[in-house]
Design a protein around this ligand. Sequence first.
Ligand code: RAM
Length: 335
Amino acid sequence: MKKNVSLLVFLLLGIFVLTGSVFAKGFTIGMVVKNLGNPFMDACGKGGQEACELLGNTLIFQGPATPTVEGQIEIIENLIAQKVDAICVTANDFDALVPVLKKAMANNIKVVSFDSAVNPEGRIVHVNQADAEQIGKLQVQAIAEMIGYEGEIAILSAGATMTNQNTWIAYMKEELKDPKYAKMNLVTIVYGDDLRDKSYNEAMGLFKSYPNLKGIISPTTVGVSAAAKAITDAGLVGKIKLTGLGLPSEMAEWIHNGACEAMFLWNPIDLGYLAAYVAGLLCDGTITGKEGEQFSAGRMGDYTITKAGDGGTEVLLGPPFRFDRSNIDEWKNVY
Ligand code: RAM
């Protein structure tokens, strides 16, 4: 009998050692997005759900009604109280979430930022959609070609404190210093807060305030589709050019009617998948978020954790992709 019990203990121990993470599965991951009602964020949630199902984890998808820091803090406080195992957050502000995220980490919750980074003090690792410098510069190059390197341009951004848009805009300004853009003038940056109506009204406001405006860059999926609609409604297709970061599903119509000749994005489903996958691996101890660590992320293949521009560490999803009339129909039903 004693022998049988020891055999059983031995066998169980063997299974534990061999499978390891099997016993560590079943983590709960809270995904906190900038706000609800943004199809880009819904696509991130879809990918997050897929990764969680694969790893045997559970995803809680949440976001404030409007993209505020206060709303995100309240949600994160609740997730801490619920004792989730990890939080994936796309930050409405680089610094303001740090105290609540530090509290989460002190409660052994693994914090991953994705899409819009939080200060490295408030996270373990960031999942970056694409190289920020490339994202910023590509949009300037695109609008320059569309307007023949001459005339006034404006930027219609999301929220004034959002890390991702602010970083891309900094690189746009740097690109604009190149002498080849000497005849182009960035006249203003306006903020639509990733709200459809506000973005639309800001675009309409630009047409009034800058009658010589030649182009708009909108580095937000909400902003670029609202700007395209505004250009169309105001009868300015062909007169004011537009580029930015858009969802193919929302932009196909505007690419076909000529309001936006070309725009860029990455796959938000993959971004959410990777963020939730990384969170799962932090929970089961496969990775700790340090530079140089390597891991496999299911259908997305192998990744290495690298140093981020902000001093923390990150995982880079891949390069941005250009959409125009030649390929938009292949993607419009995907995301
Ligand atoms: C909006 C959000 C998101 C950004 C995309 C491009 O949906 O601001 O954070 O990454 O646009």
